[in-house]
Design a protein around this ligand. Structure first.
Ligand code: COA
Length: 379
Protein backbone atom coordinates (compact mmCIF):
# COMPACT_ATOMS: atom_id res chain seq x y z
CA UNK A 1 0.00 0.00 0.00
CA UNK A 2 3.07 2.20 -0.38
CA UNK A 3 1.63 4.21 -3.28
CA UNK A 4 -1.16 5.71 -1.15
CA UNK A 5 -0.49 9.29 -0.13
CA UNK A 6 -2.54 9.97 2.98
CA UNK A 7 -2.45 13.21 4.89
CA UNK A 8 -2.12 11.98 8.46
CA UNK A 9 -4.31 14.82 9.80
CA UNK A 10 -7.14 13.61 7.59
CA UNK A 11 -7.29 10.24 9.25
CA UNK A 12 -9.45 11.38 12.13
CA UNK A 13 -12.71 9.45 12.39
CA UNK A 14 -15.55 11.81 11.48
CA UNK A 15 -13.18 14.26 9.70
CA UNK A 16 -12.97 16.45 12.82
CA UNK A 17 -11.22 19.73 12.08
CA UNK A 18 -10.68 18.85 8.41
CA UNK A 19 -11.26 21.66 5.90
CA UNK A 20 -13.06 20.04 2.95
CA UNK A 21 -13.80 23.11 0.81
CA UNK A 22 -13.76 26.89 0.76
CA UNK A 23 -17.08 28.61 1.48
CA UNK A 24 -18.54 32.08 1.89
CA UNK A 25 -21.99 31.02 3.15
CA UNK A 26 -21.72 30.57 6.90
CA UNK A 27 -18.95 30.22 9.42
CA UNK A 28 -18.54 29.39 13.10
CA UNK A 29 -16.07 31.61 14.96
CA UNK A 30 -15.67 30.48 18.57
CA UNK A 31 -19.20 30.34 19.89
CA UNK A 32 -20.61 32.70 17.26
CA UNK A 33 -22.42 31.62 14.07
CA UNK A 34 -22.25 33.96 11.09
CA UNK A 35 -24.25 33.95 7.86
CA UNK A 36 -22.41 35.89 5.13
CA UNK A 37 -20.74 38.00 7.83
CA UNK A 38 -23.82 38.72 10.00
CA UNK A 39 -24.18 37.07 13.41
CA UNK A 40 -27.09 34.72 13.97
CA UNK A 41 -28.11 36.82 17.01
CA UNK A 42 -28.43 39.93 14.82
CA UNK A 43 -30.41 38.06 12.15
CA UNK A 44 -32.69 36.25 14.62
CA UNK A 45 -33.54 39.53 16.33
CA UNK A 46 -34.15 41.60 13.22
CA UNK A 47 -34.64 39.55 10.08
CA UNK A 48 -37.12 37.17 8.44
CA UNK A 49 -36.59 33.73 6.90
CA UNK A 50 -37.17 35.13 3.40
CA UNK A 51 -34.56 37.84 3.96
CA UNK A 52 -32.04 35.37 5.39
CA UNK A 53 -32.58 33.06 2.42
CA UNK A 54 -31.90 35.98 0.06
CA UNK A 55 -28.74 36.72 2.06
CA UNK A 56 -27.52 33.12 1.91
CA UNK A 57 -28.06 32.94 -1.85
CA UNK A 58 -26.92 36.41 -2.89
CA UNK A 59 -24.15 37.31 -0.44
CA UNK A 60 -25.88 40.55 0.55
CA UNK A 61 -28.99 41.71 2.39
CA UNK A 62 -31.76 42.76 -0.03
CA UNK A 63 -33.05 46.32 -0.28
CA UNK A 64 -36.81 46.93 0.05
CA UNK A 65 -37.63 46.24 -3.61
CA UNK A 66 -35.37 43.18 -3.82
CA UNK A 67 -36.90 41.69 -0.67
CA UNK A 68 -40.45 42.32 -1.88
CA UNK A 69 -39.73 40.74 -5.28
CA UNK A 70 -37.89 37.75 -3.78
CA UNK A 71 -40.59 37.12 -1.13
CA UNK A 72 -43.29 37.25 -3.81
CA UNK A 73 -41.32 34.81 -5.98
CA UNK A 74 -40.94 32.37 -3.08
CA UNK A 75 -44.51 32.70 -1.83
CA UNK A 76 -46.12 31.99 -5.19
CA UNK A 77 -44.16 28.72 -5.34
CA UNK A 78 -45.49 27.46 -1.98
CA UNK A 79 -48.57 25.89 -3.56
CA UNK A 80 -48.32 22.18 -4.39
CA UNK A 81 -49.95 21.25 -7.70
CA UNK A 82 -53.03 19.02 -7.65
CA UNK A 83 -51.13 16.46 -9.77
CA UNK A 84 -48.36 16.29 -7.18
CA UNK A 85 -50.84 16.06 -4.28
CA UNK A 86 -52.58 13.16 -6.02
CA UNK A 87 -49.29 11.23 -6.15
CA UNK A 88 -48.29 12.29 -2.61
CA UNK A 89 -51.50 10.70 -1.35
CA UNK A 90 -50.18 7.36 -2.62
CA UNK A 91 -47.07 7.42 -0.38
CA UNK A 92 -47.68 5.41 2.80
CA UNK A 93 -48.11 7.71 5.82
CA UNK A 94 -47.39 5.11 8.49
CA UNK A 95 -43.71 5.94 8.04
CA UNK A 96 -41.41 8.53 9.59
CA UNK A 97 -42.20 11.95 8.08
CA UNK A 98 -38.53 12.40 7.13
CA UNK A 99 -38.71 9.22 5.03
CA UNK A 100 -41.94 10.50 3.46
CA UNK A 101 -40.33 13.91 2.79
CA UNK A 102 -37.31 12.27 1.17
CA UNK A 103 -39.63 10.43 -1.24
CA UNK A 104 -41.79 13.52 -1.84
CA UNK A 105 -38.80 15.69 -2.81
CA UNK A 106 -37.52 12.98 -5.10
CA UNK A 107 -40.98 12.77 -6.72
CA UNK A 108 -41.15 16.55 -7.08
CA UNK A 109 -38.21 16.42 -9.48
CA UNK A 110 -40.43 14.63 -12.02
CA UNK A 111 -42.75 17.66 -12.19
CA UNK A 112 -39.89 20.13 -12.48
CA UNK A 113 -39.14 21.26 -16.04
CA UNK A 114 -35.61 22.23 -14.93
CA UNK A 115 -34.89 18.92 -13.20
CA UNK A 116 -31.86 18.00 -15.30
CA UNK A 117 -30.73 21.51 -16.18
CA UNK A 118 -27.68 22.33 -14.07
CA UNK A 119 -27.25 25.90 -15.31
CA UNK A 120 -26.93 28.69 -12.73
CA UNK A 121 -30.33 30.11 -13.72
CA UNK A 122 -32.12 26.74 -13.56
CA UNK A 123 -30.57 26.01 -10.16
CA UNK A 124 -31.82 29.37 -8.88
CA UNK A 125 -35.34 28.56 -10.07
CA UNK A 126 -35.20 25.09 -8.50
CA UNK A 127 -33.84 26.52 -5.24
CA UNK A 128 -36.85 28.85 -5.06
CA UNK A 129 -39.28 26.00 -5.71
CA UNK A 130 -37.63 23.61 -3.24
CA UNK A 131 -37.38 26.22 -0.48
CA UNK A 132 -40.93 27.45 -1.00
CA UNK A 133 -42.41 23.95 -1.10
CA UNK A 134 -40.57 22.12 1.70
CA UNK A 135 -42.82 23.55 4.44
CA UNK A 136 -45.93 22.92 2.32
CA UNK A 137 -44.85 19.32 1.84
CA UNK A 138 -44.49 18.53 5.53
CA UNK A 139 -47.83 20.18 6.26
CA UNK A 140 -49.42 18.17 3.42
CA UNK A 141 -48.02 15.00 4.99
CA UNK A 142 -49.64 15.91 8.31
CA UNK A 143 -53.00 16.57 6.62
CA UNK A 144 -52.90 13.44 4.46
CA UNK A 145 -52.09 11.17 7.41
CA UNK A 146 -55.10 12.61 9.24
CA UNK A 147 -57.28 11.83 6.21
CA UNK A 148 -57.70 15.54 5.40
CA UNK A 149 -57.06 17.64 2.31
CA UNK A 150 -53.81 19.64 2.47
CA UNK A 151 -54.50 23.30 3.25
CA UNK A 152 -53.59 25.66 0.39
CA UNK A 153 -51.02 28.26 1.49
CA UNK A 154 -51.76 31.99 1.04
CA UNK A 155 -49.38 33.70 -1.37
CA UNK A 156 -49.60 37.06 0.43
CA UNK A 157 -48.24 35.60 3.68
CA UNK A 158 -44.79 34.47 4.77
CA UNK A 159 -43.50 30.89 4.81
CA UNK A 160 -43.55 30.92 8.63
CA UNK A 161 -47.14 32.21 8.70
CA UNK A 162 -48.22 29.59 6.21
CA UNK A 163 -46.51 26.74 8.04
CA UNK A 164 -48.39 27.60 11.24
CA UNK A 165 -51.59 28.11 9.22
CA UNK A 166 -51.32 24.78 7.40
CA UNK A 167 -50.26 22.87 10.54
CA UNK A 168 -53.27 24.40 12.31
CA UNK A 169 -55.58 22.97 9.63
CA UNK A 170 -56.35 26.39 8.12
CA UNK A 171 -56.93 28.41 11.33
CA UNK A 172 -55.40 31.87 11.57
CA UNK A 173 -52.14 31.48 13.55
CA UNK A 174 -51.24 33.82 16.41
CA UNK A 175 -48.70 36.50 15.53
CA UNK A 176 -46.52 35.32 18.43
CA UNK A 177 -46.36 31.76 17.07
CA UNK A 178 -45.62 33.04 13.57
CA UNK A 179 -42.70 35.09 14.89
CA UNK A 180 -41.42 32.08 16.86
CA UNK A 181 -41.60 29.87 13.74
CA UNK A 182 -39.86 32.53 11.65
CA UNK A 183 -37.07 32.82 14.23
CA UNK A 184 -36.68 29.02 14.26
CA UNK A 185 -36.45 29.00 10.46
CA UNK A 186 -33.74 31.69 10.62
CA UNK A 187 -31.79 29.85 13.34
CA UNK A 188 -31.75 26.57 11.38
CA UNK A 189 -31.18 28.01 7.89
CA UNK A 190 -27.52 27.10 7.58
CA UNK A 191 -24.66 25.80 9.65
CA UNK A 192 -21.41 25.63 7.78
CA UNK A 193 -20.19 22.16 6.81
CA UNK A 194 -22.56 20.06 8.91
CA UNK A 195 -23.35 16.47 7.92
CA UNK A 196 -26.30 17.25 5.60
CA UNK A 197 -24.61 20.26 3.93
CA UNK A 198 -21.62 18.03 3.29
CA UNK A 199 -23.92 15.32 1.89
CA UNK A 200 -25.44 17.97 -0.41
CA UNK A 201 -22.02 19.03 -1.61
CA UNK A 202 -20.77 15.47 -2.10
CA UNK A 203 -23.74 14.63 -4.35
CA UNK A 204 -23.52 17.98 -6.18
CA UNK A 205 -19.80 17.41 -6.75
CA UNK A 206 -20.54 14.56 -9.16
CA UNK A 207 -22.55 17.19 -11.10
CA UNK A 208 -25.73 15.35 -10.25
CA UNK A 209 -28.90 17.48 -10.20
CA UNK A 210 -30.11 19.69 -7.33
CA UNK A 211 -33.06 17.46 -6.34
CA UNK A 212 -30.68 14.50 -5.96
CA UNK A 213 -28.37 16.59 -3.77
CA UNK A 214 -31.32 17.63 -1.59
CA UNK A 215 -32.55 14.04 -1.27
CA UNK A 216 -29.07 13.12 0.01
CA UNK A 217 -29.29 15.99 2.50
CA UNK A 218 -32.70 14.93 3.81
CA UNK A 219 -31.37 11.42 4.34
CA UNK A 220 -28.43 12.79 6.34
CA UNK A 221 -30.57 15.17 8.41
CA UNK A 222 -32.93 12.34 9.37
CA UNK A 223 -30.37 10.64 11.61
CA UNK A 224 -30.59 11.09 15.41
CA UNK A 225 -27.02 12.39 15.62
CA UNK A 226 -28.01 15.27 13.31
CA UNK A 227 -31.50 16.76 12.82
CA UNK A 228 -33.33 13.77 14.26
CA UNK A 229 -32.14 14.76 17.75
CA UNK A 230 -34.91 17.37 18.32
CA UNK A 231 -37.65 14.72 18.21
CA UNK A 232 -35.61 12.47 20.50
CA UNK A 233 -35.38 15.27 23.10
CA UNK A 234 -39.17 15.28 23.61
CA UNK A 235 -39.29 11.49 23.73
CA UNK A 236 -36.54 11.62 26.38
CA UNK A 237 -38.37 14.27 28.46
CA UNK A 238 -41.58 12.25 28.27
CA UNK A 239 -39.72 9.10 29.32
CA UNK A 240 -38.11 10.86 32.30
CA UNK A 241 -41.49 12.26 33.33
CA UNK A 242 -40.60 14.55 36.24
CA UNK A 243 -37.88 16.69 37.83
CA UNK A 244 -37.04 14.13 40.52
CA UNK A 245 -35.90 11.63 37.90
CA UNK A 246 -34.05 14.00 35.54
CA UNK A 247 -30.66 14.12 37.26
CA UNK A 248 -30.53 10.37 37.79
CA UNK A 249 -31.52 9.79 34.15
CA UNK A 250 -28.49 11.76 32.97
CA UNK A 251 -26.14 9.98 35.37
CA UNK A 252 -27.46 6.58 34.30
CA UNK A 253 -27.12 7.50 30.61
CA UNK A 254 -23.53 8.61 31.09
CA UNK A 255 -22.75 5.49 33.10
CA UNK A 256 -24.17 3.36 30.29
CA UNK A 257 -22.25 5.46 27.73
CA UNK A 258 -25.52 6.49 26.06
CA UNK A 259 -25.93 9.83 24.33
CA UNK A 260 -28.24 12.42 25.89
CA UNK A 261 -30.04 13.90 22.89
CA UNK A 262 -29.69 17.58 22.07
CA UNK A 263 -26.44 17.86 24.01
CA UNK A 264 -22.88 18.24 22.71
CA UNK A 265 -21.47 19.58 19.49
CA UNK A 266 -18.53 18.80 17.25
CA UNK A 267 -17.54 22.45 16.81
CA UNK A 268 -19.02 24.54 19.65
CA UNK A 269 -17.26 23.78 22.88
CA UNK A 270 -18.44 26.87 24.78
CA UNK A 271 -22.08 26.66 23.80
CA UNK A 272 -24.23 26.91 20.69
CA UNK A 273 -25.49 30.50 20.14
CA UNK A 274 -28.75 29.16 18.68
CA UNK A 275 -29.43 27.17 21.86
CA UNK A 276 -29.06 30.32 23.97
CA UNK A 277 -31.75 32.07 21.91
CA UNK A 278 -34.03 29.01 21.90
CA UNK A 279 -33.67 28.57 25.66
CA UNK A 280 -35.27 31.99 26.23
CA UNK A 281 -38.05 31.15 23.78
CA UNK A 282 -38.66 27.79 25.45
CA UNK A 283 -38.87 29.39 28.90
CA UNK A 284 -41.62 31.75 27.72
CA UNK A 285 -43.56 29.33 25.52
CA UNK A 286 -43.63 26.40 27.95
CA UNK A 287 -44.96 28.75 30.63
CA UNK A 288 -47.71 30.01 28.32
CA UNK A 289 -48.59 26.44 27.29
CA UNK A 290 -48.79 25.24 30.92
CA UNK A 291 -45.88 22.79 30.50
CA UNK A 292 -43.17 24.76 32.26
CA UNK A 293 -42.04 21.57 34.02
CA UNK A 294 -40.65 20.42 30.64
CA UNK A 295 -38.47 23.52 30.51
CA UNK A 296 -37.39 22.98 34.13
CA UNK A 297 -36.48 19.36 33.38
CA UNK A 298 -34.53 20.57 30.34
CA UNK A 299 -32.51 23.09 32.36
CA UNK A 300 -31.74 20.46 34.99
CA UNK A 301 -30.47 18.08 32.28
CA UNK A 302 -28.53 20.98 30.72
CA UNK A 303 -26.85 21.81 34.10
CA UNK A 304 -26.18 18.18 34.96
CA UNK A 305 -24.58 17.47 31.57
CA UNK A 306 -22.33 20.50 32.03
CA UNK A 307 -21.32 19.49 35.56
CA UNK A 308 -20.78 15.83 34.72
CA UNK A 309 -19.26 16.07 31.25
CA UNK A 310 -18.64 19.74 30.39
CA UNK A 311 -21.11 19.41 27.47
CA UNK A 312 -23.68 22.04 26.50
CA UNK A 313 -26.97 22.01 24.58
CA UNK A 314 -27.09 22.32 20.82
CA UNK A 315 -29.85 23.75 18.59
CA UNK A 316 -32.03 20.66 18.98
CA UNK A 317 -32.30 20.74 22.77
CA UNK A 318 -34.54 23.76 23.42
CA UNK A 319 -36.12 23.88 19.94
CA UNK A 320 -37.88 20.65 20.96
CA UNK A 321 -39.88 22.28 23.77
CA UNK A 322 -40.44 25.39 21.62
CA UNK A 323 -42.22 23.33 18.92
CA UNK A 324 -43.96 21.13 21.50
CA UNK A 325 -45.36 24.21 23.27
CA UNK A 326 -46.93 25.32 20.00
CA UNK A 327 -48.76 22.00 19.72
CA UNK A 328 -46.71 20.67 16.80
CA UNK A 329 -46.53 16.86 16.49
CA UNK A 330 -43.17 15.57 17.74
CA UNK A 331 -42.32 13.66 14.56
CA UNK A 332 -42.63 16.88 12.53
CA UNK A 333 -39.75 18.61 14.35
CA UNK A 334 -37.05 17.28 12.02
CA UNK A 335 -39.07 18.01 8.85
CA UNK A 336 -39.42 21.62 10.14
CA UNK A 337 -35.62 21.68 10.46
CA UNK A 338 -35.52 20.56 6.78
CA UNK A 339 -38.00 23.28 5.77
CA UNK A 340 -35.47 25.80 7.05
CA UNK A 341 -32.17 24.11 6.15
CA UNK A 342 -33.28 23.72 2.54
CA UNK A 343 -32.17 27.34 2.03
CA UNK A 344 -28.66 26.51 3.24
CA UNK A 345 -28.52 23.24 1.27
CA UNK A 346 -29.40 25.10 -1.95
CA UNK A 347 -26.72 27.70 -1.20
CA UNK A 348 -24.14 24.94 -0.64
CA UNK A 349 -25.09 23.04 -3.80
CA UNK A 350 -24.85 26.22 -5.92
CA UNK A 351 -21.52 27.19 -4.34
CA UNK A 352 -20.24 23.68 -5.06
CA UNK A 353 -21.38 23.76 -8.72
CA UNK A 354 -19.68 27.15 -9.13
CA UNK A 355 -16.28 25.89 -7.98
CA UNK A 356 -16.43 22.17 -8.38
CA UNK A 357 -14.09 19.26 -8.02
CA UNK A 358 -15.59 15.85 -7.31
CA UNK A 359 -15.21 14.69 -3.67
CA UNK A 360 -13.15 11.54 -3.77
CA UNK A 361 -11.23 10.95 -0.52
CA UNK A 362 -9.15 7.89 0.34
CA UNK A 363 -9.44 5.34 3.11
CA UNK A 364 -6.49 4.19 5.16
CA UNK A 365 -6.17 0.48 4.48
CA UNK A 366 -6.34 -1.70 7.64
CA UNK A 367 -7.41 -4.95 5.95
CA UNK A 368 -5.60 -8.05 4.76
CA UNK A 369 -3.17 -8.08 1.84
CA UNK A 370 -1.79 -10.49 -0.77
CA UNK A 371 -4.39 -13.26 -0.46
CA UNK A 372 -4.82 -15.78 -3.33
CA UNK A 373 -8.19 -17.06 -4.48
CA UNK A 374 -8.81 -20.77 -3.80
CA UNK A 375 -11.65 -22.93 -5.19
CA UNK A 376 -14.70 -23.21 -2.91
CA UNK A 377 -14.13 -26.92 -2.21
CA UNK A 378 -10.71 -26.13 -0.73
CA UNK A 379 -11.85 -23.43 1.72
N1 COA B 1 -24.43 12.59 25.67
C1 COA B 1 -23.48 11.94 26.36
N2 COA B 1 -22.18 11.99 26.04
C2 COA B 1 -21.84 12.73 24.97
C3 COA B 1 -22.78 13.43 24.22
C4 COA B 1 -24.11 13.35 24.59
N3 COA B 1 -25.05 13.99 23.93
N4 COA B 1 -22.15 14.08 23.22
C5 COA B 1 -20.86 13.80 23.34
N5 COA B 1 -20.68 12.98 24.40
C6 COA B 1 -19.40 12.45 24.89
C7 COA B 1 -19.02 11.19 24.14
O1 COA B 1 -19.55 10.04 24.76
C8 COA B 1 -17.53 11.28 24.20
O2 COA B 1 -17.12 10.95 25.52
P1 COA B 1 -15.79 10.14 25.83
O3 COA B 1 -14.68 11.01 25.27
O4 COA B 1 -15.78 10.02 27.31
O5 COA B 1 -15.91 8.86 25.09
C9 COA B 1 -17.26 12.76 24.01
O6 COA B 1 -18.39 13.41 24.56
C10 COA B 1 -17.08 13.17 22.56
O7 COA B 1 -18.24 12.75 21.85
P2 COA B 1 -18.31 12.37 20.33
O8 COA B 1 -19.53 11.56 20.07
O9 COA B 1 -16.99 11.82 19.88
O10 COA B 1 -18.47 13.80 19.69
P3 COA B 1 -18.74 14.11 18.16
O11 COA B 1 -18.11 15.42 17.92
O12 COA B 1 -18.35 12.98 17.31
O13 COA B 1 -20.32 14.21 18.08
C11 COA B 1 -22.49 15.01 18.40
C12 COA B 1 -21.03 15.39 18.17
C13 COA B 1 -23.35 16.25 18.31
C14 COA B 1 -22.92 14.04 17.29
C15 COA B 1 -22.63 14.35 19.79
O14 COA B 1 -22.37 15.31 20.78
C16 COA B 1 -23.98 13.70 19.98
O15 COA B 1 -24.18 12.56 19.58
N6 COA B 1 -24.96 14.45 20.58
C17 COA B 1 -26.30 13.92 20.74
C18 COA B 1 -27.06 13.99 19.43
C19 COA B 1 -27.41 15.40 19.07
O16 COA B 1 -27.88 16.18 19.88
N7 COA B 1 -27.21 15.73 17.79
C20 COA B 1 -27.55 17.04 17.25
C21 COA B 1 -26.30 17.76 16.81
S1 COA B 1 -26.64 19.42 16.36
Amino acid sequence: MADVTIYEGALDKGLEGIVACTTKISFIVGDSLNFRGYTIDDLAANSTFEEVTYLLWNDKLPNTQELAAFSAELRKEMILSSDLIKVLKGIPTNVHPMGWLRTAVSLMAHWDADANDNSVEANKRKSVRLTAKMGSLLCAFDAIRKGKEPVTPKADKSIAWNMMYMLGGGSEPSSEHVRVMDTCLILHADHELNCSAFATRVTASSLSDLHSAIVSAIGALKGPLHGGANEQVILMLQKIGNMEKAQQFVKDALQAKEKVMGIGHRVYKNGDPRARILRGMSEKLTRAAGIHHMYEMSTLIDDTMYKEKGLMPNVDFYSATVYFSMGIATDLFTPIFAASRISGWCAHACEQYANNRIYRPRGKWLGKEGLKWVPTAQR
